[in-house]
Design a protein around this ligand. Structure first.
Ligand code: HEM
Length: 150
């Protein structure tokens, strides 16, 4: 399911479950770019912003474009996790990543096969609640229709 894997990855890049991930410095340190931090400082990386940054992804960064993840033969192309940071990177990368893709694929394949989802009110503005997980303010209300022929 190469295209579905790409579509889910693109979705997580634009709408990461953890949009901002804070860390606290245990000691004074100097970051690789020369920036100094003090013990107790908070340093955050921002998967939400990084996933929409033109400098990182090109001019079409804010477009929903699963194809960016596919090579010329339609196979999913992994990105460096320090570039696609929605699951964090390095030794503390999300342990549930593969399990999570499997769950998302099973749910998408089954639900989208049988049902069509539409926003209850497509005129209503969709805003986020700023917190460690990406929440939609007031929830995202949808109507579910049985797909024709299923
Ligand atoms: C789209 C779904 C998910 C996303 C975007 C995601 C993202 C992340 C992120 C950003 C972290 C790093 C948090 C931090 O230490 O600052 C993390 C850690 C972790 N995640 Fe996930 N996660 C997802 C689903 C899951 C699932 C389904 C599981 C378990 C079945 C899971 C298990 C874990 C565990 C155990 C850690 C801690 C790893 C460690 O600190 O060594 N995650 N995840």
């Amino acid at each position: 399911m190469q295209y579905l894997h790409a579509a889910l990855t693109e979705t997580i890049m634009l709408y990461p479950a953890v949009p901002v991930d804070p860390k606290i410095c245990f000691s004074d340190d100097t970051l690789p770019d020369g920036f100094s931090v003090k013990k107790g400082d908070m340093v955050c990386y921002l998967p939400y912003a990084m996933g929409r940054t033109k400098f990182i992804w090109g001019d079409d960064a804010e477009e929903y474009k699963p194809e960016r993840w596919l090579d010329g033969d339609g196979f999913f192309r992994q990105e460096n996790p320090f570039k696609f940071t929605a699951f964090q990177a390095g030794q503390r990368i999300c342990l549930g990543k593969e399990f999570d893709y499997r769950q998302m694929k099973i749910f998408s394949a089954v639900l989208l096969h049988y049902f069509v989802f539409k926003l209850s009110d497509d005129k209503k503005a969709i805003n986020y609640r700023t917190m460690i997980n990406l929440h939609i303010n007031g929830g995202l209300h949808v109507r579910v229709f049985r797909r024709q022929g299923n």
